[in-house]
Structures are given as structure tokens and as C-alpha cells.
Design a protein. Structure first.
Length: 315
């Protein structure tokens, strides 16, 4: 048995010498942990000697990794220079922590001045720097995730590169980009949520959003009212049972097309009001309207429509 196995291995080695690497079947190729590409039936190495792009040091925990790392922060779209600029510390101390002399402090002050000047060399960079700072400010105020900030920054950069910003408010275009980023990433935020933190009116933001989404051909799906249910229930301190019942109400009524042409936030607010009544966790229409940033009349009208459309006994 051992002799047969040795003969088979010897035969495979001889066959590997005759295999043309350009004629092997890609389905038989296997990538090893070392980065080598091997033809599995014959053991022929197709690719080897790959460049190891990792660090030359090893670390066994996060603290050791941070201490040994010698690189800067990763590239990001949320900064106008993508985070590749050099920053000069405001503290006038050397590497040992000693205070700098008066001559060196004066020199460092001049270097900081020139650093700020060369970071934004033209109007386009100044425009981008201000817009991205606005996106960062509004994102922090609304608790928007970092991934959405990256997407919003990319959308604004595209609008700037295609000359869509000229003649329009930078604040409005930045807010519209952030709103489009939330829509694209599925983050439940309404346009009214950004009005409270933006420096322009709602009408101007809505106009800028329609313009950006049309010119950049952003494939944005309509907002699903059910996306607002968890956030509203959390702000109203409602239990999980109310959230599940409100979600079922939204799902059943949207399947009937009842939500067409309705405000998603008002529609979700009405479902929560109906679910809270059915669960004996009632909140007033005024409380729910304040959380959803809609009028009491909107909640009342949507609530009546949903109550007539669903079977309350099945909820």
C-alpha cells in the first residue's frame, strides 16, 4: 500500500512538470494562507513570492499594536484632503516635552500659518472644507454613523466635481448630501430632522436634494415607514411588544398600498399610536406627534385610516 502511494506521488510530480500553467482549470486553483496559488490536482505552484504588505513586527493585543504602529490615521472622505495633510501641534513643546524657546515658538507659529494657507489653495478646496465641516457638525448633532458621513462626503464631492454647487447655497447642498447619504444607507432620518440643525430653510434643502438626486442619478428607494418605528418607540419609552405590533400594522397597511403619498414619519407615528392603544401603553397623540415632528391632525387622520384597514383582532 505504501509502495502504491509512493508511485502515485511520483507520478503526480512527473505530471506536474508537464502541466502548462496557462492551460490549468481555474476551478482547480487554491490560494494558500501564504498567498501561493496552487493547482490542487498536481500540486503545481502557479504564483509565489508574493509581497507581504503587512508590518514587519508582531503584536498580540490592541495596546501593543497601537504602541508599535508607525502609521497615521486611515484615509477618509470626510476631510477635504482625505486626512493626508500634516498637522502641527498647537503645544509649543519638543519631543521630550520641554518648552520651546521664544525663537522656535515664533518659527512654529509661522509654520502653522503657512500650513493653514497651503491646505486650501483654491476656492474649490475652501468650498469643500467648509461643506465637509458642516456635514460633520450635522452628523454629530443627529447621531449619524460614520459610514453615512463617508457616503455623504462622496456625494458632495461628486456634486462639486460636476459643477453642481455653483450658484447654490453650500449649506443647503451639504445638508441635502447628508440626507441623501442617510437614504442610501437606510438610516431612518427625515428631512425635518435636519432642519433643526441646518442653517437653511426646509424648502431650500428639499430643492437641493431633488437637484442632487436627479443630476447624480442616485438610486434611492422610497422611505419605508417601518424604519422610523424603532426610533420613535425608543424615544417614547414604549416596550418591545408595542414596537412589534406597530411594525405589523405598518406592514399590513403598506401591503394594501395605504401609505402611498403619505409622510413616512406621520404614517409610522399613527401606527405607534394605534399599537400603544391596543397594548394598554397609551401615549397621547400630541406626545407621539412631537417625537415624529408631525402635526396632531396627521397622526389622527393616518390612525383612522389604519384602524379601518386592519383586523384589530389579529394584531
Amino acid at each position: 500500500m505504501t509502495t502504491t502511494r509512493r508511485e502515485r506521488e511520483r507520478s503526480d510530480e512527473q505530471h506536474a512538470d508537464t502541466v502548462d500553467p496557462d492551460e490549468v482549470d481555474e476551478a482547480d486553483l487554491v490560494r494558500t494562507d501564504d498567498g501561493e496559488l496552487i493547482h490542487e490536482p498536481t500540486g503545481l505552484i502557479i504564483e509565489e513570492d508574493n509581497v507581504d504588505r503587512g508590518p514587519e513586527w508582531r503584536a498580540f493585543n490592541a495596546t501593543e499594536r497601537d504602541r508599535k504602529s508607525r502609521v497615521g490615521s486611515p484615509m477618509t472622505q470626510t476631510m477635504h484632503d482625505k486626512g493626508l495633510t500634516t498637522s502641527i501641534d498647537w503645544r509649543n513643546r519638543d519631543a521630550s516635552g520641554r518648552q520651546l524657546s521664544a525663537e522656535k515658538r515664533s518659527r512654529m507659529e509661522r509654520l502653522r500659518t503657512w500650513q493653514e494657507r497651503i491646505r486650501t489653495q483654491d476656492a474649490g478646496e475652501r468650498n469643500l472644507q467648509f461643506a465637509l465641516s458642516e456635514i460633520e457638525r450635522m452628523s454629530s448633532a443627529q447621531g449619524v454613523p460614520k459610514s453615512v458621513r463617508e457616503v455623504a462626503s462622496v456625494i458632495y464631492r461628486r456634486a462639486l466635481s460636476e459643477d453642481l454647487i455653483r450658484g447654490r447655497s453650500i449649506e443647503a447642498m451639504a445638508t441635502a448630501s447628508l440626507y441623501a447619504g442617510c437614504r442610501q444607507e437606510g438610516i431612518p432620518r427625515s428631512l425635518d430632522d435636519f432642519v433643526s440643525v441646518a442653517r437653511v430653510e426646509r424648502r431650500e434643502i428639499a430643492r437641493a436634494y431633488r437637484y442632487i438626486s436627479g443630476e447624480l442619478k442616485l438610486a434611492l428607494k422610497p422611505v419605508d415607514p417601518v424604519e422610523h418605528v424603532p426610533r420613535f418607540c425608543s424615544e417614547l419609552n414604549l416596550p418591545e411588544a408595542v414596537k412589534r405590533r406597530a411594525t405589523r400594522i405598518v406592514d399590513e397597511t403598506t401591503a394594501q398600498g395605504l401609505h402611498a403619498g403619505k409622510s413616512p414619519t406621520g404614517y409610522a407615528a399613527a401606527a405607534i399610536y394605534l399599537a400603544s392603544m391596543l397594548s394598554d401603553e397609551k401615549r397621547t397623540q400630541s406626545e407621539i406627534a412631537d417625537v415624529a415632528d408631525v402635526t396632531v391632525v396627521t397622526v389622527r387622520n393616518r390612525y383612522k385610516e389604519q384602524m379601518d384597514a386592519v383586523d384589530l383582532g389579529s394584531l
